[in-house]
Design a protein around this ligand. Structure first.
Ligand code: ATP
Length: 214
């Protein structure tokens, strides 16, 4: 099985990397594709350029076995719909099981994604669950769980797509929004250990996310 982890990565932080590493180990994924988006469909423009977000991600996972940065959304340009990304991976990988890895917040809103029902034809969904986090008890996401949830890794690897699996991960209350705010308020030293050292260095060298001139 391979994992697919998309994000804005503006910038990549430890709250992305550690939970996804735990998923890779728990599900014995042969690799995880980390895919920075070009234009995120559901939010404002990123502050850093695509090139900068890509460079930070590449530096962060350079020595991590099985973590592969995949540039297809940046190369495709335009709004980065996950359904298009999964379809292009499916065209390349044939019937190999693919697991789309999502944080629980993203999963809870998946019914707002472009052609969201097609996602399940193309991949499994693996949710990085937060203890105490609330799964919806009604509505389309609740129906999806009722129809497709499995607690068996063997069942995931037996099919190429179509199941939802919930995995507990170490809770790291870090967001890129928080990292950007800390950088603006306190400078680059304020985010030490929230982002990998190489990302901190890149942010410093390229003067990213600093105080704005008004
Ligand atoms: P922002 O604060 O700018 O919205 P973010 O930190 O949420 O960004 P994204 O790149 O938008 O990061 O997120 C990509 C994916 O990573 C999403 O599936 C999201 O749910 C997940 N994710 C982000 N932060 C965490 C975290 N601390 N723990 C678990 N999952 C996370």
């Amino acid at each position: 099985m391979i994992g697919i982890f998309g994000g804005t990565f503006d910038p990549v932080h430890s709250g992305h990397l550690r939970p996804v590493w735990e998923i890779k180990r728990a599900l014995n994924l042969s690799e995880v594709r980390l895919i920075p988006c070009a234009i995120p469909p559901h939010r404002g423009e990123p502050l850093a350029t695509g090139e900068q977000r890509l460079a930070m991600l590449q530096a962060a996972v350079k020595d991590v076995p099985g973590f592969i940065v995949d540039k297809r959304e940046l190369q495709r340009g335009g709004p980065s719909y996950m359904v298009d990304t999964l379809q292009s991976l499916r065209d390349e990988l044939g019937r190999q099981p693919m697991c789309l890895i999502l944080g629980q917040d993203a999963f809870n809103g998946i019914d707002r994604w472009h052609q969201w029902q097609r996602l399940m034809d193309l991949a499994h969904i693996v949710v990085m669950q937060r203890p105490g986090a609330v799964l919806p008890s009604m509505g389309p996401v609740s129906d999806l769980l009722a129809a497709c949830r499995t607690d068996s890794v063997a069942e995931l690897s037996a099919a190429s797509a179509g199941r939802v699996y919930l995995q507990s991960v170490t809770q790291l209350e870090i967001s890129a929004t928080q990292v950007r705010r800390l950088l603006q308020a306190g400078g680059v030293d304020a985010v030490r250990f929230l982002v990998p050292d190489v990302v901190q260095t890149y942010i410093e060298q390229h003067k990213l996310y600093g105080k704005r001139e008004h």
